[in-house]
Design a protein around this ligand. Structure first.
Ligand SMILES: Nc1nc2c(ncn2[C@@H]2O[C@H](COP(=O)(O)OP(=O)(O)O)[C@@H](O)[C@H]2O)c(=O)[nH]1
Ligand SMILES: [Mg+2]
Length: 340
């Protein structure tokens, strides 16, 4: 059993060392623990700090592609490096690394495929009341949309089995945290929450620069998720309502017309035609979006098969290499670098 702990990083030279020094190099029930840093176009010494502190793999993006992209790139790399379980944590040492065991235990016992660490939100001293309330509302929305019981949806402290990782995709650019929970819920991947501890703040959040920006980004994310995963309902339900409004206006006109008073109510007829036309267009959009959604599911299926094949290929390669030179295996000095 191999666990790879991945950390998406953007300009984290100041705190990454502290985070890495706290990471475990062994875990109960696990043969090998490795660390992987995704250096997302950092302009500081993030990659050097990673290597200096014993990271086994560094994946580099030439330019900054954003957290969601980095998270997925990390999953792909971990799968290729032969991880059975992938743990994701943040570079600012927000999460207590000693709780990684709590994250992986439910996967080892078969209770879950994804485990999300739930922070003790109400006890976090440096969070404002507004941030705490927003976090609670956000988690509630995700619970409703996903049909899961995840207590802390925006938490980035997670363990994911390889079987689940190959099936996860993120289409949103802002954050992977909400979308992956909704996907797990919709794809029937067992997902649970476990309580974890946090560390004192080393620096302010860069993802949440202000409450209005956070609300705007989160709303956009939720709308986009709804549009992606429930396309028919998203377009066709408002379309049907608008179409019905058009019919009512038409009936109103018809009533006036039949009672000989039609001439003064042409406006109703025009608005009714407009409503019925746009309602019908929205319903057709819903049907097309639904068909495109079926296509996306097929593509997702192919992508997860490709990831499984990549894993099998990496295992095969490793076996061949081990056969040639058994001593070269799992040497922490061999820091592998991938560029992209
Ligand atoms: N790869 C990548 N990681 C990022 C980016 N922005 C933030 N992160 C990482 O996301 C994690 C959480 O960021 P942070 O600013 O602590 O946000 P918080 O979760 O709200 O505290 C850290 O490991 C950051 O390095 C980005 O643009 N790209
Ligand atoms: Mg943070």
């Amino acid at each position: 059993m191999k666990v790879i702990i991945q950390i998406p990083c953007y300009n984290e030279e100041e705190t990454l060392g502290i985070t890495l020094d706290a990471l475990p190099s062994s875990l109960q029930g696990i043969d090998t623990v490795e660390w992987l840093v995704i250096d997302d176009g950092s302009t500081d010494a993030t990659a050097e700090v990673a290597v200096r502190h014993g990271v086994h793999h560094v994946v580099t993006n030439r330019t900054n592609r954003g957290l969601a992209h980095a998270f997925l790139r990390g999953l792909d790399a971990c799968i290729q490096y032969g991880a059975d379980i992938i743990v994701n944590t943040d570079a600012d040492n927000q999460y207590c690394a000693d709780d990684i065991q709590k994250l992986i235990d439910p996967i080892l016992t078969g209770e879950a495929e994804i485990v999300v660490g739930a922070r003790p939100i109400l006890q976090i001293g440096h969070w404002s009341i507004k941030k705490k309330i927003l976090q609670k509302i956000g988690s509630k929305v995700v619970r409703m949309a996903s049909g899961t019981l995840i207590a802390d949806a925006p938490s980035g402290f997670r363990a994911i089995s390889r079987e689940a990782a190959v099936r996860l995709n993120v289409f949103d650019n802002y954050t992977y945290t909400l979308e992956t929970i909704i996907q797990a819920g919709r794809k029937g991947i067992p997902i649970i929450s476990v309580p974890i501890r946090t560390n004192p703040d080393l620096r302010p959040s860069r993802l949440m620069r202000g409450i209005p920006e956070y609300i705007r980004n989160s709303l956009f994310t939720v709308v986009r998720i709804f549009m992606t995963y429930r396309p028919f309902r998203f377009f066709a339900v408002p379309g049907l309502l608008i179409f019905n409004g058009g019919i009512l206006l038409f009936l109103r006109f018809l009533l006036f017309y039949l009672t000989g008073d039609g001439a003064g109510h042409v406006q109703s007829l025009i608005i009714s035609a407009l409503f019925m036309g746009s309602g019908a267009a929205l319903m057709v959009t819903g049907m097309i979006a639904d068909l495109i959604g079926v296509n996306r599911q097929l593509l997702e299926d192919i992508r997860s098969r490709v990831r499984e094949l990549e894993y099998e290929l990496s295992k095969l390669k490793k076996n061949i290499l081990t056969h040639k030179s058994p001593s070269s295996e799992n040497n922490p000095e061999d820091v592998e670098k991938k560029k992209g």
